[in-house]
Design a protein around this ligand. Structure first.
Ligand code: SAH
Length: 356
């Protein structure tokens, strides 16, 4: 039995034609499944009885098990889902005035071990399947209805470009007019900077947005907080980013502000040099320190030494950037009261050894 939500429209067409069925069935199934939100082949009445029998014998509809839904005072919602292998993943819904964004996970854990991020602290377990990515969207869409998700960002647990194949197939389903049908500019991949995959993505010319987790313009400091920088040094990453962008659309840079570490005047100078000639947006994010974790859960002894910046440190940094012609926005922290930062809910769940 196959999980039907792992299939892109083209893959489903191919599967059906090799089995002697008309490829048009694939369009009908997509439309029932993603447009009418029906998960029962018996009710797909424009498909022949024999066709429905074949589908029932070959496919099933997977679903995520919701373990916890938390709603923040600011409207941010966090969902903790349980997967069949008893892994936990998180999905965050961030409603704003004009946009309602869903932040998706792509892996259970993460290989890259950034020092400020909880997701990698428990190690890497596995990639999510296409259906596990799509099901995060479908589950939340059903739960928040009649409210609607307008944007998706791959900024949850894991590194989307390290699960390239499944992330890209999920994006195909998100963009498919007979599928979920989100516009290309409503989809954003955030990466720690994997060069070959950025190039591959660039060659695909999908027109989706790309965001780089930058966090320091200084190679040494970046390596300290993001070990991935050893293999993919910043200069090379920025080169790949320059060629990704056809300059029509801006690239987003994420920059976590960490007290005394990457908020110095020289960082603003280096940033200005690094970003010269790139069409970009830069988001400053005050480091969100994980609270109330059981000691012992975290592998990294130095983890707790990172501290949020002082308010005046944030203001000074922003001012210094403006002097250099860089207009950065400080991203408001959302969902602080529900541990909505990357990996926090899952870490608490695992750390407690029980499901609340
Ligand atoms: N692996 C991808 C996507 C997951 S992390 C990437 O590296 O981009 C995405 C973003 O989560 C980071 O850029 C950062 O903006 C945010 N993040 C993670 N931990 C954080 C923390 N402790 N405080 C603030 N932002 C955090």
């Amino acid at each position: 039995m196959e999980d039907i939500k792992n299939y892109t429209l083209d893959e489903l067409k191919e599967f059906l034609t090799t089995k002697g069925y008309h490829q048009f069935y694939a369009k009908q199934i997509f439309s029932w499944l993603y447009k009418k939100r029906l998960e029962d082949f018996d009710e797909m009445t424009n498909i022949s009885k024999e066709g429905r029998r074949f589908l029932k014998e070959n496919f099933y509809f997977s679903q995520l098990k919701l373990l916890k839904r938390e709603i923040s005072r600011d409207g941010t919602e966090k969902f903790l889902f349980n997967l069949p292998d008893n892994s936990g993943i998180e999905t965050v819904f961030i409603p704003e005035e004009k946009r309602r964004t869903l932040c998706l996970s792509t892996q259970v854990g993460c290989r890259f071990n950034c020092k400020f991020c909880l997701s990698g602290q428990g190690g890497f377990k596995r990639n999510l399947t296409v259906s596990e990515i799509i099901n995060q969207y479908l589950a939340v869409a059903d739960l928040i209805a009649p409210d609607k998700i307008t944007n998706v960002v791959f900024m949850g647990i894991g590194e989307p470009l390290d699960n390239f194949e499944h992330t890209l197939k999920a994006i195909e389903i998100f963009m498919e007019p007979l599928g979920i049908y989100l516009g290309k500019r409503k989809i954003c991949i955030s990466t720690c900077g994997l060069i070959p995959q950025i190039k591959k993505l660039s060659d695909l010319k999908l027109g989706i947005k790309l965001s780089l987790s930058l966090h320091s313009p200084d190679d040494n400091i970046r390596t300290q907080i993001m070990p991935v920088n050893k293999k993919h040094p910043l200069g090379e990453v920025i080169k790949a980013i320059r060629s990704f962008s056809n300059q029509k659309y801006p690239i987003t840079f994420e920059y976590i502000l960490i007290k005394g570490l990457n908020t110095r005047k020289e960082d603003t100078l280096e940033l200005a040099k690094l970003l010269r000639g790139i069409n970009y947006i830069i988001n400053l994010i005050p480091y969100n320190a994980p609270a109330s974790l059981k000691p012992g859960f975290l592998k990294e002894p130095g983890f707790r030494e990172l501290k949020p910046p002082l308010p005046e440190e944030v203001d000074n940094f922003k001012e210094e950037l403006i002097k250099k012609g860089i207009f950065a926005s400080v991203r408001k922290s959302r969902g602080e009261d529900i541990n909505a930062a990357c990996g926090q809910l899952r870490a608490l769940w695992k750390g407690n050894g029980s499901i609340y």
